[in-house]
Design a protein. Structure first.
Length: 262
């Protein structure tokens, strides 16, 4: 069931503002729009499950322009993206089935813990953003590890609606020495695969608002293009600090919601 009747009660400029915010977030950090879309749509009255499904659709649309910009700047590694994407596609199908068996409050609490931890990691990385960049060597062992971790990310995609952008970056930090901008471009391409997989699962279950997802997604597609261009000129430390700030704001918002403050 698609909540078109719900959408008619929401001024379209709310959805456009959400889309602009998603474009800024994805364009600069390569992160999933889930950090904005899920809290925003759930606050506006959409169920948590349907907010997750709509967020995944937004990610599918938004990543297209962001990937294009990072590709033009030579900041996408296709080999790593395909490895991560392969595992995430499988994991997202499993995760979507897990999500429907978990109470909404459980998902919201997990989401709050996840964003709090990523805020810590982002600020920590901002203190020392430079890596010892070298040629990426993808051996059999690293490939298997990458696929396994990507499957876990895919499960998170299906349960929390996070298409894995920042988590893919974490995997690359662990396994490969890649510049932050190249990690963002590579993670965004991998995120496209996981988002498509998760979206199909939620559409099959009827837990998605197609119209809201398209409106937010197209707006984010446009804003994401321009902010991705800005990000390719930013200092790496500033990117991490921006990302950490977004995680903190989202964590506080979700915590209040879980505690019933709002």
């Amino acid at each position: 069931m698609f909540f078109i009747s719900w959408l008619l009660m929401i001024p379209i400029y709310f959805l456009i503002l959400i889309g602009i915010s998603v474009g800024i977030l994805t364009g600069i950090t390569g992160s999933s729009g889930v950090l904005i879309v899920v809290p925003a749509l759930s606050y506006l009255g959409l169920s948590y499950y349907d907010s997750i499904g709509s967020s995944l659709l937004v990610d599918v649309i938004t990543t297209l322009s962001v990937i294009f910009v990072y590709f033009k700047n030579g900041n996408v590694d296709y080999r790593v993206s395909l490895l991560l994407g392969l595992g995430a596609v499988v994991g997202a199908q499993l995760g979507s089935r897990i999500a429907f068996a978990v109470p909404e409050k459980g998902l919201e609490a997990s989401f709050t813990i996840f964003t709090s931890y990523m805020a810590y990691m982002s600020f920590k990385r901002s203190r020392n953003p430079k890596l010892n960049i070298k040629r990426i060597e993808i051996g059999k062992t690293k490939s298997l590890i990458a696929i396994f971790l990507a499957m876990i990310i895919g499960i998170v995609t299906g349960t929390l609606g996070a298409s894995g952008g920042i988590m893919f970056i974490a995997v690359m930090m662990l396994l490969f020495s890649i510049d932050i901008k190249r990690m963002i471009g590579t993670a965004t391409l991998a995120m496209l695969f996981s988002a498509i997989s998760g979206t199909t699962a939620y559409i099959s279950a009827g837990r998605i608002d197609i119209i809201a997802g398209i409106i937010i997604g197209i707006t984010a597609l446009i804003s994401g293009y321009y902010f991705a261009k800005i990000a390719n000129k930013m200092h790496p430390a500033h990117i991490y600090m921006f990302l950490g700030s977004v995680f903190v704001a989202t964590s506080i918002s979700e915590l209040f919601k879980v505690l019933g403050v709002f």
